[in-house]
Design a protein around this ligand. Structure first.
Ligand code: GLN
Length: 276
């Protein structure tokens, strides 16, 4: 268990509804937490409280023992320095993480975490960091001073239950998916994996990798609910269903973020056409 954290984990939230408890593992919450990616945990816990689902959260730092199992694994983004720091520890957890993903545990790996959930990440300084191979992809950052991919992203998720997704990206790494790998989304606006092939992130079984910060889940409620349901089905079986009440606040956050991304996307396209 990690040291201090502003999220009150003193008592795991007890179930008040169907008696389900979601076991959540957060990897390196102090180090891999760019753009408030920790908000993804807060969004899942808040929604679970609404659903009457308990949560049992394990925050794992470098050197902490791995729990026996997890229903949902979360890892946020990190700069090259933090990624170097966690690389070895994460690599040692690789076989467990791969066994969990093959057993359909849900996972969400964001940006720097996504890059290290692929096969490798070459930093802007040329250091080759080993990934854990959950996703069939590799990432290479161009030399310092190259264009960083920064801005709002709006795209269409590959998963039919998720629809469109929106977030904010800030990365130098360019990710290439293997020919058989499935993207998380197709980009309508923004750079995505590499600014060229229109893909964003990666998806494998119930694991999602993405460049979308924000944090992502508070304004993408369909994705949040999909991860919760997948995690509960991992633990209690494929027949689990949930009565998902509407979440008007999250829907409004989603709609306003899409409007911003569309507006900024239109401006960028306008600037490009004027430069021609
Ligand atoms: N260090 C990685 C990159 O620059 C990831 C950055 C991040 O997590 N925002 O591509």
């Amino acid at each position: 268990m990690s040291g201090s954290t502003e999220i009150d984990l003193s008592a795991s939230a007890e179930p008040t509804g169907p008696g389900y408890v979601l076991r959540i593992v957060v990897l390196y919450p102090e180090l891999m937490d760019v753009y408030a990616d920790r908000g993804n945990l807060l969004a899942v816990r808040a929604r679970c409280r609404t659903l009457g689902v308990g949560t049992d959260v394990t925050m794992l730092d470098v050197g902490d023992p791995m729990p026996d199992d997890a229903d949902l694994v979360l890892i946020g983004g990190g700069q090259d320095r933090e990624q170097r720091y966690v690389e070895r520890d994460l690599h040692e957890r690789g076989s467990t993480l791969r066994s969990w993903v093959e057993a359909d545990a849900a996972m969400l790996a964001v940006c720097g975490g996504f890059q290290l959930f692929g096969h490798s990440y070459r930093t802007a300084d040329g250091d080759e960091l080993a990934g854990v191979g959950v996703f069939d992809c590799t990432t290479v950052a161009p030399p310092p001073g190259s264009v960083r991919f920064i801005g709002d992203v709006w795209g269409d998720a590959h998963q039919e239950t998720v629809g469109d997704v929106v977030g904010f990206e800030n990365h130098s790494g360019r990710t290439t998916l293997a020919p058989s790998a499935v993207p998380f989304a197709r980009v309508r606006h923004g750079y995505g994996n590499n600014g060229e092939d229109g893909t964003e992130g990666a998806a494998y079984r119930e694991a999602i990798g993405t460049y979308l910060h924000g944090p992502l889940l508070p304004k993408n409620p369909d994705l949040r609910d999909r991860l919760i349901l997948a995690g509960l089905r991992h633990r209690y079986g494929r027949d689990v269903t949930l009565d998902l009440p509407p979440d008007p606040m999250a829907e409004r956050a989603h709609a306003s973020a899409v409007a911003v991304a569309r507006k900024r996307g239109a401006k960028k396209r306008g600037r490009k056409s004027r430069r021609r």
